[in-house]
Each structure stands twice: as C-alpha cells, then as structure tokens.
Design a protein around this ligand. Structure first.
Ligand SMILES: *Cc1c(COP(=O)(O)O)cnc(C)c1O
Length: 486
C-alpha cells in the first residue's frame, strides 16, 4: 500500500524548535542535574506553521469513523451518543484542578460525587456495593473473578476449580476466569441461541466456582430461564457473575439482583453514555451483593458524620486493582448522565434501545437470515449464510457499508453463528437514520445479486482500501519514525 506522507515527513528537516520556550533553569545547571544519557545536543522537532498543523490534524481526524460523524451500529459495544453537556461539565476548575494526592478534607465534593455514583449504580442494579476502580469491562471481570475466588477461599471451600461460560460468551469471560486460575468449562446454547438448561445441569457440580453470564446474551436474546439457572448454581454453592455489557436493554426494567446475580460489572462507556475513546479511558465498575462486601477492592468511598473518606480499612479486601480511584472523569460523566435522565429517563433508554433493534429486525428479516425466532432485545444478529452462497461474506458486506458512510456492525461474533452480523442501533438513533440503514442493507443485498465483485473489493470510498488485516495485526506500524521517509 502507498505510504501516506505526513506533515512530519515534509517538515522534519527544519529544526528551529521555535515552539519551545527557553528553559527557566540555566542549561548548565540542568546538565549538572541530569544524567548524561538523557541529554541531547540536538532535538529533531519539526517546526511547521500553525495552519499546516491545523490542516494536518483536521485531515487526520476526518480519516476516522466516530459516533459524532457516522451511524455506528457495532453490536455489543453500545456506541450511543455521548452528550456534549457531560464533557462541558468537566471543564470547571473544581474538577480540572484536582490532584489525586490532595488532602481528603479539600476534595469532599469529588468524594461526594464518587459516593453518589456508587449509590446510583446500586439502585440501578440492586447490588449493595460498587467498586469504581476497574477501568474497562475486562478489568471488571478480572476484579469480579478475584472477588469470587476470595469468597470461596474465605469459606475454606477449596474444591472449586471451574468456571462455566456459555459458548456465546464474549472472549474476555473465559480469559478473565483463566487469569484467576480457573479451568473454563463451556456450556452449550440450544438451537434458539439460549443457554441449554439440561446440558448446563450436567456441568454444575460442587467444583463450580461461578457461572459467567451476559443477559441479554450476545445474540441479543433474554435468557428466559435465568431464575432456574440461578437456583441451580446457588444450590451447588457456586456464584453467578453478570457481564453487564448488554445491560442497556434492561435499565430501569429489571436488575441483575432480581435475576439472582452475585457479582456484576457494568461498562460505563457502553451503558452510561461515556465515550469509548479509542480504547480508553473507560470504566468497568463492579457491584456485589452483601456476601461479597468484605472482599471489595480498596479504597472504597465511605461517609462518617457527614465526612467523606477513602476507606482502606478492609482487612479481607482483594487489595488495589488500579492506581488511585478509577477513571474519575469518566465517573463524573456517568454521574451527570444518570442525573440528567432520572428514573424515568433511564427506563426510556432501554425501551428505545429495544424498540430500535426490533425495528431493524422486522424491516430486514426477509433480506438477511435471523438466527433465532425469540424476540430481540437491544441488538439483532443476522446470519449472512444466504449471501455467502453467492460468494459474498459478512466481511464483504461490512466493508461495503463503509462506502455508504456506515460503520460496520460487529462481525463473526457470536462464534456460534455462521457469517454473523451483530447490529446494535442504540436508543440515540433517529428513525430517519434507521430507515437509511435499512435501505442501504437492502441495496447491498441487491448488489450481491447483480455485481458481487463490487463487494469483494470494498470499500471503494474509505480513507484506505481493503487492508490486509493479518499483516496489520502482525506488523503494526504505530508511530512515525524518520527512517520510514521515502
Ligand atoms: C465489551 C464487552 C466486554 C468487555 O468490555 P471492555 O470494556 O471492552 O473491556 C465483555 N463482554 C461483553 C459481552 C462485551 O460486549
């Protein structure tokens, strides 16, 4: 592929460094203070004009898809609109000037926010404590499984070596269980895409530490037998872990506690409108029922006589899982999001998310194959097996969507669906956007009949053409280096 010449390629030879301020410390003193190996005679920093810099970064920003520019129906990721007012709130000095080492008496307001976020999340999930420290869903899972492990250890229950995950589970579930030393057992789904209860029953014994479950599951279906499953696992002394990545479908309608879950993680960057931000920072907060309180990570924010403080005095805690107190700014955004919506608004989020997914499902069900006759919740999974017979894959369809200015849905996941496209419109999309997407998906189906080659080479209008994804993963070029200039 042709290498893009960057601003830095063009201008790296100019070395005037006019952007750099003169140092406050005389250079001779600085060189006394620093180890010689850190000192350079010459600093190779380009000095382009402001306009060139503005154009460079503006053009770079336009190469990317984002929720603010394009429809982004990436299933399971819940790419909802991130309200700008929550970004605006973070600009106030009381927040931007905080430092994590400040005296607790001086940051009572910040601690109060954390305290209240925890209370809100407890009310929304039915859990009774939340650690705000984990900074991603996967990090929450790891924390949650460490809690499970600490719980069984405290009970001197040493038999429990296994964790069950369904075959539709997100890859982070088995990985997190494995990282905590557990053996992973896979539970099969039935033909409708739900957990097969009879097969599960054969797997649940006294050696099961936990069952990790996403509900609605990754096919966007509600696990109808969740109460029976909960009873089965608990009867044998195991715990039920809730992967809350799909909680957007159930906000304000039911709670993981009512479904029988003991440990929960929520992805604030999915469900609570905070940005995914190119891989971070996120927040994968972890909630627990009372039986797991003693083990929660330190510090927790507690309150005594009206004074908020960071409580490190938890002798059975699994310890720290993150520096300081989690991604504070993300937590403030989630706080603002919850406050703005209120009890009724929170519920409407779920209702509209489910309505939007079912609208797409109904309008596209004759064009692409549905994988289950069970009603969809917040996302709908289609199989492109029919299109594959014409030689066009789910990947080709996804790439063609880029030509129409739509971000590809999640593809080839869940693994149990052939040629899967997992579409999650979220509640923040308008009917016009959904109608546009439906018409594009139908047009693509027509193109498959008439000109399949068009799809195999797509995208034609993206900022790059079809990339070699294996080479990109094996040989990533992540930063500019001068040597690459040709
Ligand atoms: C996104 C997701 C995760 C992992 O969350 P991250 O915040 O990306 O680490 C886990 N399970 C499911 C079902 C998910 O969709």
């Amino acid at each position: 592929m042709k290498k893009r010449t960057s601003l830095f390629d063009q201008l790296h030879k100019e070395k005037t460094n006019s952007y750099l301020k003169k140092p406050d410390i005389p250079l001779e003193d600085a060189s006394q203070l620093l180890d010689k190996s850190f000192l350079r005679e010459e600093l190779n920093i380009p000095s382009p004009g402001e306009l060139d810099v503005v154009r460079h970064y503006t053009n770079l920003s336009k190469l990317n898809f984002c929720v603010d520019t394009h429809f982004y129906p990436l299933g399971s990721c819940t790419m909802k609109y991130n309200p700008k007012v929550t970004e605006h709130i973070l600009e106030c000095e009381e927040i931007t000037h905080l430092h994590p080492y400040q005296n607790q008496a001086d940051v009572q307001g910040a601690l109060e926010i954390l305290y209240e976020v925890e209370k809100f999340l407890c009310a929304i999930t039915g859990m009774t404590r939340f650690s705000l420290a984990p900074c991603a869903g996967a990090h929450g899972e790891l924390t949650g499984m460490l809690l499970v492990s600490a719980y069984h250890r405290a009970r001197k229950d040493k038999r429990r070596r296994r964790v069950i995950v369904p075959d539709s589970s997100h890859g982070t579930n088995p990985a997190s269980a494995r990282m905590c030393g557990y053996e992973v057992v896979v539970a099969e789904s039935n033909a409708q895409g739900l957990l097969d209860y009879d097969k599960l029953r054969e797997l649940v014994d006294d050696e099961i530490a936990a069952l990790m479950l996403t509900n609605p599951n990754t096919l966007g279906l509600f696990e109808e037998e969740i109460l029976k499953v909960s009873e089965l696992v608990h009867e044998r002394g195991g715990l039920l872990y809730y992967d809350g990545a799909n909680f957007n479908a159930l906000l304000g309608i039911t709670t993981p506690a009512q479904m029988g879950f003991d440990v929960v993680h929520l992805n604030l960057h999915k469900t609570f409108g905070t940005p995914h931000g190119g891989g971070g920072p996120g927040a994968g907060v972890v909630g627990v029922k009372e039986s797991l309180h003693p083990f929660v990570p330190v510090p927790m924010v507690d309150k005594k006589n009206g004074y908020y403080y960071l409580n490190y005095d938890l002798p059975h805690s699994i310890g720290k899982v993150r520096s300081f107190y989690g991604n504070f700014l993300v937590l403030v955004k989630a706080y603002a999001y919850i406050l703005r919506l209120g009890t009724e608004g929170i519920k409407r989020v779920a209702q509209h998310a489910v309505l939007n997914a079912n609208y797409l499902r109904d309008k596209l069900k004759d064009t692409y194959d549905l994988v289950s006759s069970k009603p969809s919740m917040h996302e709908v999974v289609f199989s492109c097996a029919r299109q594959k017979e014409k030689g066009v894959s789910a990947l080709d369809i996804s790439k063609r969507l880029i030509d129409y200015g739509i971000h590809p849905p999640t593809m080839y996941f869940p693994l149990i669906v052939k040629e899967a496209l997992m579409i999650e419109p979220t509640e923040t999309e308008s009917k016009e956007t959904l109608d546009h997407f439906i018409s594009v998906m139908k047009k693509i189906a027509q193109e498959i009949e008439e000109d399949p080659e068009l799809l195999k080479n797509a995208p034609h209008r993206g900022s790059v053409g079809r990339v070699d994804e294996v080479a990109a993963a094996r040989n990533p070029v992540l930063k500019w280096t001068q040597e690459e200039v040709t």
